[in-house]
Design a protein around this ligand. Structure first.
Ligand code: SF4
Length: 189
């Protein structure tokens, strides 16, 4: 049943390039742990380092909780939830700019937590490298609709359809060598 659920961690990758999700499913057998494109790996490594250190064993913090939302058809893991502040945090190694895909991921985690009965009143990103917190607005109904539309687009993505190619992105994409879309584009490069 969980098979049709979308991994929250792939939402940002879908914005990076929808075709990379398709290639991942074809070449990696569709396991839910998406191999991230290079720009994403740093964040992943940052998480790993902290997780391995057992960053938090505090009672007022929940880390790495598996979450899902039946209504939206999404599944994933939260980063940190601080119970006292009712605050859900997503850590990144470095934050220069917060991307829409990262906001969608935080919203997605939020809706999972809410559906699961957690009381979340505040959202934030946290940059490990600079020790800075970036508060984010809790999604309203309009935001929820936007996220639902995005998830629908994700589910309905047809790998045959043409996509806009950004060669700068492709050179940073781990699927570049396997990607037939880029072979075509490379003729013009
Ligand atoms: S190589 Fe380019 S077009 Fe192909 S999956 Fe990667 S980012 Fe997308």
């Amino acid at each position: 049943m969980m098979h049709n659920y979308i991994a929250i961690s792939t939402l940002n990758d879908f914005i990076f390039c929808p075709y990379s999700i398709y290639l991942h499913n074809v070449y990696m057998g569709g396991d839910e742990e998406l191999v991230h494109a290079v720009p994403q790996t740093r964040g992943k490594v940052a998480h790993g380092t902290i997780d391995n250190k057992n960053y938090s064993s505090r009672k007022d913090e929940i880390t790495g909780l598996p979450v899902y939302c039946g209504e939206l058809g999404i599944v994933g893991n939260i980063d940190i939830y601080k119970t006292k502040e009712k605050l859900l945090i997503e850590r990144k190694y470095q934050i220069n700019e917060i991307y829409q895909g990262q906001i969608y991921q935080l919203w997605a985690e939020y809706f999972c937590m809410i559906e699961m009965g957690y009381d979340v009143k505040n959202l934030a990103f946290y940059a490990i490298s600079t020790n800075k917190t970036f508060p984010a607005a809790v999604p309203n109904e309009e935001n929820k609709k936007e996220l639902q539309d995005f998830i629908l687009k994700f589910k309905q993505f047809d790998p045959e359809q043409s996509i806009s190619i950004n060669t700068n992105k492709c050179t940073h994409c781990i699927y570049c060598a396997l990607c037939d879309k880029v072979d075509i584009e490379n003729v013009y490069a």
